[in-house]
Design a protein around this ligand. Structure first.
Ligand SMILES: NC(=O)c1ccc[n+]([C@@H]2O[C@H](COP(=O)([O-])OP(=O)(O)OC[C@H]3O[C@@H](n4cnc5c(N)ncnc54)[C@H](OP(=O)(O)O)[C@@H]3O)[C@@H](O)[C@H]2O)c1
Length: 267
């Protein structure tokens, strides 16, 4: 299988690494496309056996699968500059937030589009990707793509494309929400006089432990909270402040704004 990736940025490179790590493709069969000549040498260092080129140079794409990993705002330019016709059996996998299959089909004048929404832990093979496919894509074509996605973590097929905007808002952007909360906790630690490196350690290990408790406990989240928050205790004091400030609603509202933005990106 030959794969071309348009947009050798964070996600494009992280996907490339996963495909090679699990030997799903040969490095010679990977073609990375950037728009910036100055980035070529750095990309070549990481992918010495693969083909690296600049977007403007493209006259055709010798690939069974073309992955579009540019920012949604850059997609118009990419589509306008693909002057050649994609081959009938070429598959396109878009990981761009918000841009719908119908729009990609129209702009590339090509029917075989799979749309996926990964997240940044793909870099460690711990990502989660929601994906959906245009009509006319066979089960085996879809399974080939799922195998690739699974090298970056887990993947979930969704019948309803509209839900991908929710996935974008939930797991696509989700790591940033987590970092935001972790950052707030670390800063609270330093405010209480704990050294920053120790505060980081306390918070990160707490998140790790709590994550495993969620996964391994019979109890639901409410019960797990109750286990920590005894009546009249410290946790209860913190939770009361959160409740008084409607923190849960604020977080939910933030995530719904992300979904709204994903819908706007289709333009
Ligand atoms: N980051 C995430 O956590 C995440 C999660 C889920 C989905 N996504 C989606 O993945 C896509 C890429 O995100 P990212 O975080 O990897 O962004 P990124 O690091 O900025 O990567 C995008 C790359 O595309 C390049 N590019 C732009 N126009 C191009 C063109 N015409 N031809 C070739 N390359 C071009 C950019 O080049 P320059 O370096 O010159 O700008 C950049 O290197 C986005 O659509 C995003 O919605 C990202």
């Amino acid at each position: 299988m030959k794969i071309a990736i348009i947009g050798a940025g964070n996600m494009g490179l992280s996907f490339s690494k996963s495909f090679l790590k699990y030997e799903l493709i040969q490095p010679e069969n990977l073609h990375l496309i950037t728009r910036n000549q100055s980035k070529i040498s750095k990309i070549s260092e990481a992918f010495p056996k693969s083909r690296i080129s600049v977007f403007e140079e493209l006259n055709e794409l010798e690939a069974d699968l073309i992955i579009i990993a540019v920012k949604p705002q850059d997609f118009n330019k990419v589509a306008e500059n693909i002057h050649f016709k994609l081959k009938e059996n070429q598959m396109v996998l878009s990981i761009m937030a918000g841009i719908k299959i119908g729009k990609i089909q129209t702009m590339l004048n090509h029917p075989l589009i799979v749309r996926a929404m990964p997240n940044s832990p793909t870099l460690l093979g711990m990502g989660i990707t929601g994906y959906t496919a245009a009509e006319g894509i066979s089960f085996s074509q879809l399974m080939n793509i799922e195998r690739l996605l699974n090298s970056t973590g887990r993947s979930v097929y969704l019948e309803n494309e509209d839900l991908l905007d929710g996935v974008t808002a939930l797991s696509g952007s989700g790591p940033a929400y987590f970092y935001y909360i972790v950052d707030a906790m670390i800063k609270a630690g330093t405010e209480m006089g704990i050294d920053e490196n120790l505060s980081k350690l306390f918070v990160k290990q707490t998140m790790l432990g709590a994550y495993h408790l969620i996964n391994n406990s019979e109890k639901n989240l409410e019960e797990l909270i109750k286990d920590v928050a005894s009546k009249g205790g410290t946790t209860e004091a913190a939770l009361k402040t959160f409740e008084d400030s409607n923190l849960k609603e604020i977080i939910q509202k933030g995530i719904l704004s992300a979904e709204k933005r994903a819908k706007e990106l289709n333009g």
